[in-house]
Design a binder for this molecule. Sequence first.
Ligand SMILES: [Fe+2]
Length: 496
Amino acid sequence: MVDSDFMQQDFQRRLRNIPRLGMGLSVDVYSPDLFELVNKLRKQGLEPGYLEVFKATTTALKSVRKALPDIPLAYHGEGLWITQPDVQESTFFQRDVGEMVEQLNSLQSLWLNHECAMKQMAGYSFGTYVPPLYMRLSAEVVAENIVAIQQVMDQQGCRVDGTAPLFLLEMPPLTYFSAGTIPIPHFFRLVTALVPCGLVLDIGHLWTVYRYTAVCQRVSLEQFVEGFLDEFPLERVVEIHVAGLACHESVGESKDREGHPEWIDAHAAPIPSILFTMLEQVLAHSNLASLRAVALEVDTKPIEMIVEEYSEAVRRFSFLIQHTMARGTVADHSMEFMPQSVSVREPVCEADRQKLLDDYARYAQVISGQAGMTGLEWQESDSDASGVTRYRTSYVPYEILHWGGDLSKMFPQTCRDLAERGVCLREFVVFWFRSPRPLTGSYDFFLLKIERFLEFVVERVPDIQVCVQQECDILRQAYAQANEVREPVMDTERTR
Ligand SMILES: [Fe+2]
């Protein structure tokens, strides 16, 4: 038996533990308030088939499980940078995986969904997801890291029915560009040939793949989707996401020559109707044989908009989704094969690992504007150079200066002092990416911003060190307190 057949059968065995959930929601505990949302839905006679809950504190996730005993739950992880060749060497990896398993167990989660993307690479940090280098070697590294995580879940995952949660890998969005030497569907086919993981296909992410690769100048969206689905390992797709898209505030409303808007992934924004048209096309594809769930991804979205969009999606798609999920039934019961644990044929050799680390360091420098677009990953990419320019001149500076904490609001006095001395905040962006830095903790963009801004100010204008230090202390204390008190308060009125 070849490895890919072995992996497919192991996947089928694991898939049997996941019931057909139908339509549900992918949510955050706090934003918007999950219990308020569930109450509003119930008042409209809507009970989600399941909830996929984003990483929060373990206590908060336990509260969710306790308050919603009848709703199946799944987990959207964060911070395990599985695209990275050195992630398992990080001092935080074991701890982060341990915390993730604890959270899976607290929810009694059916799966771990994680983006095939990173916010940190080779010592450089970003605020939002960066897609992997779409190359053969990086697919092998992703597979190796998934194996390590699935092994821990197999050993320590403790659902009451004795089954382990399944690793689901989500194809990430493109934010104006793509880099690599192989087509995106081939990348995911390489990964699934090496590991028995499932996949999450996000329809909005798929739209961004169309928009930010040259294919949108050659074929219609419908033709693109058809070709993509024929190549993508659709038989591994367990969950589908549908979320909002919007133009980013750093860029504004604009369209390309073909009239396609410059949308990126935006969960707070309305779901454009074109994504539901694409969803119909995906559901109709005969290779979609393992589907278990379809979620609207609605974190940070106003509750009224969620209720409206969800009720409309249920009305339009419930029957079709049930019909699609029924497709896999025959294959499910025909599998007798029972491997004991996952494994990868051969580990990636040290020379290849180092080469990929160098590639990722160059990638970080290119997309942050610190280096030119050299290397095969740019020459052979199907992406337009103007997308990288857009990303590094508008998106990245916005991310460092405003996203996840606006610097002028975080450090009002220090920013006034810097302005008086003629120091422009854009210099901080260059400082941020000037050189790689070893990680000092699990990923937390807010704390990282505080740490790096202090260093920047002390280096650039040492005589305002006392002021910036005071503002850092206030921010860190407030952040710690906010995290302590953010446990959801459960009362029967709210959850009935
Ligand atoms: Fe998603």
